[in-house]
Design a protein around this ligand. Structure first.
Ligand code: SD4
Length: 331
């Protein structure tokens, strides 16, 4: 009864549109089709920027595989990169600004839409954990500079010298010419951005960096800006950015990626569209690299960048893989 009634309504609607009732229209049971959401990839999974994402993913996976929360996974994951002195673009060992100061930016966002961030923070090794405490223990989203440092100290973080000998030498070498010329894809050891989907289906994200090497003292990039360097909406998905932050800030990149997914794009389509936005809006974009990563609620992933050379780590189905991203500027 029900079926024939539905069929009748559909036939009337089609007839009302002046269309003939061809067998193919009758067969295509459009009104009854469920939305195409693949369930095969659902959590846990974690995705993060660059090669250093491999080690960070391992730490995140440990949390996720024990039924942990995505928020804990991303914090534990990126702390590995922050604490690694060999990684010269994040946390301890990061390259300093033009005046020789290591200044750090980081942000974190959970499945409830709560978020915290720190910018222009000095002498604290794990800014992501300070950002988390800003989120959890203050009524604010962002603390900066001296205030962020004092807050960290009040929460028991140690004051440490973050400028390693290797980073100091690189700075002294740079000072001989003092040219501010970010090099495309030096980012092979760059900002770490990470998004995780846990077993409960919740998404969280984190992003942390020492920023562009030899930047102006006081420069803050996209990485601590919610919606620029990282954004999560647990109803839709999450995204992170890496590269020359000014381009991401001008286009509010990760917010854009998530909104595009909300409007029906896959993570891959959304990342492509956000890179195209940069190409359409920023005249000299060809001189820079930007990479986006995204995941949606169904566990589909996406990655796209301006130029060849961006890679990312994806841990899923018990396997951690380093993958080359597709890119916009092809010959
Ligand atoms: C910044 N987005 O400070 C960061 C740095 C980065 O590849 O990711 N560079 O602009």
């Amino acid at each position: 009864m029900k079926t024939s009634r539905r069929k009748f309504i559909r036939q009337s609607a089609v007839a009302g549109l002046g269309l003939s009732l061809t067998p193919s229209i009758l067969k295509a049971d459009i009104a009854d089709k469920p939305k195409l959401i693949s369930k095969k990839n659902t959590g846990p999974l974690v995705i993060s920027t660059w090669r250093h994402g491999m080690a960070a993913n391992e730490a995140a996976w440990k949390v996720l595989s024990e039924n942990g929360r995505a928020l804990d996974a991303v914090e534990q994951g990126v702390r590995i990169t922050e604490s690694d002195p060999e990684c010269m673009s994040v946390g301890y060992g990061g390259l300093p600004d033009r005046d020789g100061f290591v200044t750090l930016d980081a942000c974190i966002m959970d499945e409830t839409g709560n978020c915290g961030s720190v910018s222009f923070l000095q002498n604290i090794k794990n800014p992501i954990s300070v950002a988390r405490l800003v989120m959890e223990k203050t009524p604010h989203v962002m603390l900066s500079g001296e205030g962020a440092f004092e807050f960290a100290q009040s929460k028991g973080f140690k004051k440490e010298n973050l400028l390693t000998e290797k980073a100091r030498e690189a700075w002294l070498k740079w000072k001989r010419k003092s040219n501010y010329e970010p090099v495309i894809n030096v980012e092979n050891h760059d900002t770490i951005g990470m998004i995780a989907l846990d077993k409960s289906g919740n998404i969280s994200g984190a992003c942390t960096t020492s920023g562009i090497a030899f930047k102006y003292h006081g420069r803050v990039g996209d990485s601590p800006i919610i919606g620029a360097g990282m954004f999560v909406d647990n109803e839709v998905g999450g995204a992170v950015a890496t590269g020359t932050g000014e381009l991401v800030m001008k286009t509010l990149g990760t917010f854009l990626v998530v909104e595009l997914m909300r409007n029906g794009m896959s993570p891959q389509e959304a990342c492509v569209e956000a890179v195209k936005r940069i190409a359409n809006k920023i005249p000299d974009y060809e001189k820079f690299q930007i990479g986006y990563l995204a995941i949606n609620k169904s566990g589909d992933t996406g990655a796209y960048c301006i130029q060849k050379g961006f890679n990312y780590a994806l841990y899923q189905d018990d396997e951690n893989k380093l993958i080359d991203s597709d890119f916009y500027l092809k010959e």
